[in-house]
Write a protein that binds this ligand. Structure first.
Ligand code: PGA
Length: 260
């Protein structure tokens, strides 16, 4: 099943106009070495428009990190909707990142609303799901993943995953340097694919599943080699062009082998 690889950078709340320009220039130069994969960057929203200009002659796609759950524009101070993200060149948006869920109180229902708004506005949502350490240690991982997925399937239908990406990000591995083992990543990804398969086997085979959580240049190749891992959502390591490009290169090698 050729799903192809997607390597996505989540810059979180980092950067400046100057540092972004340098980072994007480095990525634009380096990404030509990775023609067999898709690459996405998600800068802070205030920099999307300038990022779009830096990326205009590049295959690198642009995404937002968050969007409003409201179905229309209006009196929602501080919010940004899908049409605005489209307007500044975004094709994707992260939805339900664990930092949004835990720090900003986004529950499954809110995440589902945002997912719906992303698709209604013509964006591809990157739906982030994952368990906390306490949930893993109490063997709740599968229950949590199923609950987070089912909330979106109930709201948007399984067919919505034709135009969506899922990122499995164990919360205990995000920004901690503690990566899921290859076995843990593959088991979670196979489980996620199984939840989708219960609803539609064909869609389960085509949906891209990214792994996120302390992906670095030195562990990307082994994680991306897992049967059900189709790339990565990269936080800290996406802020340095050489490191992010090395992760892209790991995906490129695997994608080229698949194509051969
Ligand atoms: P990390 O973050 O790569 O810094 O662990 C991943 C993420 O939060 O998407």
């Amino acid at each position: 099943m050729a799903r192809g690889y997607l390597v996505a950078g989540n810059w979180k709340m980092n950067g400046s106009a100057a540092s972004n320009a340098a980072l994007l220039e480095g990525l634009v130069r380096g990404v030509s070495e990775c023609p067999a994969i898709d690459v996405l960057v998600c800068p802070p929203s205030v920099y999307l428009d300038s990022a779009r200009r830096h990326l205009s002659a590049s295959p690198i796609a642009l995404g937002g990190q968050n969007l409003s759950d409201q179905p229309q524009q209006g009196a929602f101070t501080g919010e940004i909707d899908a049409s605005m993200l489209r307007d500044v060149g975004c094709g994707y948006v992260l939805v339900g990142h664990s930092e949004r869920r835990t720090l900003y109180g986004e529950d499954d229902a809110c995440v589902a609303r945002k997912y719906l708004q992303a698709q209604a506005g013509g964006l591809i949502p990157v739906l982030c799901i994952g368990e906390t350490l306490a949930e893993r240690e109490s063997e709740q991982t599968e229950a949590v993943l199923a609950r987070q997925l089912d909330a979106v399937i109930a709201a948007a239908g399984v067919r919505s995953f034709i135009n969506a990406v899922i990122a499995y990000e164990p919360v205990w591995a995000i920004g901690t340097g503690r990566t899921a083992s290859v076995e843990q990543a593959q088991a979670a990804h196979a489980f996620i694919r199984g939840v989708i398969a219960k609803n539609d086997v064909k869609i389960s085979n085509s949906v891209r599943l990214l792994y996120g959580g302390s992906v670095k240049a030195d562990n990307a190749a082994s994680l991306f080699s897992c049967e059900d891992v189709d790339g990565g959502l990269i936080g800290g390591a996406s802020l340095k062009a050489p490191e992010f490009l090395a992760i892209c290169a790991a995906a490129q090698v695997l994608a080229a082998a698949q194509d051969a």
